[in-house]
Design a protein. Sequence first.
Lengths: 288, 330
Amino acid sequence: MTAAALSHLTSSVSELRELSVRTRRLILETVHTAGAGHIGGPLSVTDILVNLYFNRLHIDPDAPHAADRDRCILSKGHSSIALYTVLALRGYLRVEELATFDAIDSRLQGHPDMTALPGLDMSTGSLGQGLSPGLGMALGARLGDRDFRTWVILGDGEIQEGQIWEAAFVAGRYRLNNLTAILDYNRLPQFGWPDSSGFTRDIPIGDPGAKFAAFGWNIVETDGHDHEALTNAFDRAEQHTQGPTIVIAHTIKGKGVSFMENDFNWHATPPNSDQLAMAVAELQGSLT
Amino acid sequence: MRGVSPHLATDARSFGVREAWGEHLVALANKYPELVVLDGDLANSTKADIFAAAHPGRFLEMGIAEQNMLGVAAGLATTGYVPWISTFAAFVAKRALDQIRVVIAQPSLNVKMCGAYSGILTSKTGKTHQSVQDIAIFRAMPHVVTIVPADAIELQAAMTAMMEDDRPTYLRVTRDASPVIFDSGYTFEFGKALLLRQGSDVGIVSTGVQTTRALDAAALLEEQGVSASVLHAPTLKPLDTEAICELAAATGAIVTAEDHSIIGGLGSAVAETLSERIPTRMKRVGWQDTYGESGPNDSLLEKYGLTARHVSEAVLDLLAETTGARGNRR
Ligand SMILES: Cc1ncc(C[n+]2csc(CCOP(=O)(O)OP(=O)(O)O)c2C)c(N)n1
């Protein structure tokens, strides 16, 4: 890995995979310790965040407010612990501080608070709100003739919010090619829509790509857990010059822990000690 | 007791408030390159169109999508711009409320939220467009400075001060021309109320364009031998609680006057202050917990109890009650 002020790291696929496993493990341990926090969504978005922070964003942990840094907004703010963990591994805070997650006076609030922790580019937590500030940042870059890029990570349950579609049409109108949205497309929100059987869950909004495309967005589909594919997808987003891009990252809620995968009951349930041990064993095993 | 403001206009004339807003944005933009305007498809109503013509590159149309507009403003604020919002008070305060709470107020981002067509005088548009809860909403929201100017001069002075201040701010703007109260030497101070008239029997505390009618009420009262002070509070948050307590101590009877609901607005703010520090009998003139309707301005003010006469009658009622109360105690 190489690092320099406001440059991006380049990490090999195997380094990224290792970082993903470390991140997932820390997420599980932290939520277990805190006795609160989300699990399914953070495990789902882990690879996206690791790939951005260790292979893409032009940032400097020592200058978290640098004017020309790339911006990253976790609009699905309930996955905060995934972002805090990646920020810790990237050097914005000490890994030990993760243990303060959700505690009183902690900089690691349940949902990202930009006034609490340097490195957070926007406060989020009320779903549907992150794309608009991202649009504002991208507009700011254009108005000021600055070449930073803004990335906004959305949940597929979150995009049921009307504000997302307000932002989608406005970003399309302004043809903001310095704005990329990433959809964490794990097909499960918190409780979800019962399908006709009443027992399994239906996706919140079908064919999101077609809907964003209708507002003038470039659509890139990718496996959201394969680092080579993610890198490739983010390259394609950056290469598109005609307007904003949405990377539709096909993901699995609870990814990496088989008994948590695709089960909405793990949306925000802290694992107990036994479950934690099983989960960590499975994650470590996946590296060999 | 503080003295009467030295910056009262000497000639009686009316001045367009929304035009003053649009024109002053242009003047401020000439001085501050970071000023941009975001519009929710209402520029020709709010008079942001004056700005759009002068600074087209810094006028950002956002369409009829207020939630997004306020979020975009937050993002722009993080990149060093100072966004001014052009939409109606009814919509900025309610349609985009959660957005304001989470991405503007909580992180204290420097967004200037202007609510045009505030109060009940909204050109016959009726209850959907009348905004009589906006002060209550912003006053209850930590970090948001809330300004309610009395006339075009004070509006422009407040706008000038707002550009030298980096707090999120709600600025209440009215649609129609209204009488000018201040002279051009007036400078705005955040959180400072101004004594506009000195009297000894009762204190009228007013805000916004209702200050005009408070002054008229004081003149009516003088004809009836009642001497009224008028204290104008252009900043609802932070409120000049010292000035209000001084007035209560000096007069012993307080009437509030506002073009806003008496629940949560100036009347509530004054009552909260006085009941904790110097309990004083009060009456609150304003919107009486109801929804409005369309109609000519004069008819609306009359029907919903906001004229100078309503203020003066509230004063007389209060004085009768407090005198009676004193009589009972004897
Ligand atoms: C406006 C709003 N409504 C409801 C919630 C509660 N909530 C938190 S997470 C969530 C589900 C989100 O689903 P999705 O966006 O798909 O995220 P993921 O499945 O990746 O966790 C809900 C309903 C919220 N935070 N904000």
